[in-house]
Design a protein around this ligand. Structure first.
Ligand SMILES: [Zn+2]
Length: 152
């Protein structure tokens, strides 16, 4: 389960609509406690995807654009992690959007995912927020849906 507030959701929706038709992305700061996660802050980040990263992953030699992929620059991730520590918070997950697609993880999403983190995916249809889901890996590295609890 991941707990968050309406204002957090609004930041994610706004970012997703603003970035359409490309994927938006960002970092969830908060804390872990007794098997639950609580979001304290949402940090939208630039989609730093470059198609040359794709060469490391793709088996089919297709070029993927920011409409289908996202990446958070490693230096941004490090900086956010440092800032989070100073505020006694942790990185507890990430969010990104799926323009004109469902709010379910792609194969690539699970390939790139780490254990324990929440992966919030927001579906945007024709530039408008449509649906939101959160996902977390199980022991076999498969994404399982996670309940989003709006504490507002
Ligand atoms: Zn995705």
């Amino acid at each position: 389960m991941i707990n968050l507030q309406e204002e957090h959701l609004q930041i994610i929706y706004t970012q997703a609509e603003k970035t359409y038709p490309e994927e938006c992305c960002g970092i969830l700061l908060g804390y872990f406690s007794s098997g639950k996660k609580t979001v304290v802050e949402i940090i939208p980040t630039e989609n730093a995807w470059k198609s040359d990263i794709a060469a490391d992953f793709s088996h089919d030699n297709l070029e993927y654009s920011k409409r289908k992929r996202y990446a958070i620059a490693p230096q941004i991730l490090l900086q956010v992690q440092k800032d989070a520590r100073e505020k006694n918070l942790d990185i507890i997950g990430f969010f990104h959007s799926h323009p004109d697609y469902l709010a379910i993880p792609s194969e690539f999403d699970s390939l790139c995912a780490w254990q324990e983190y929440s992966y919030i995916i927001v579906a945007v249809q024709n530039g408008k927020y449509n649906n939101i889901n959160s996902w977390c890996l199980d022991e076999t590295h498969q994404f399982q849906p996670e309940i989003i609890k709006n504490l507002t």
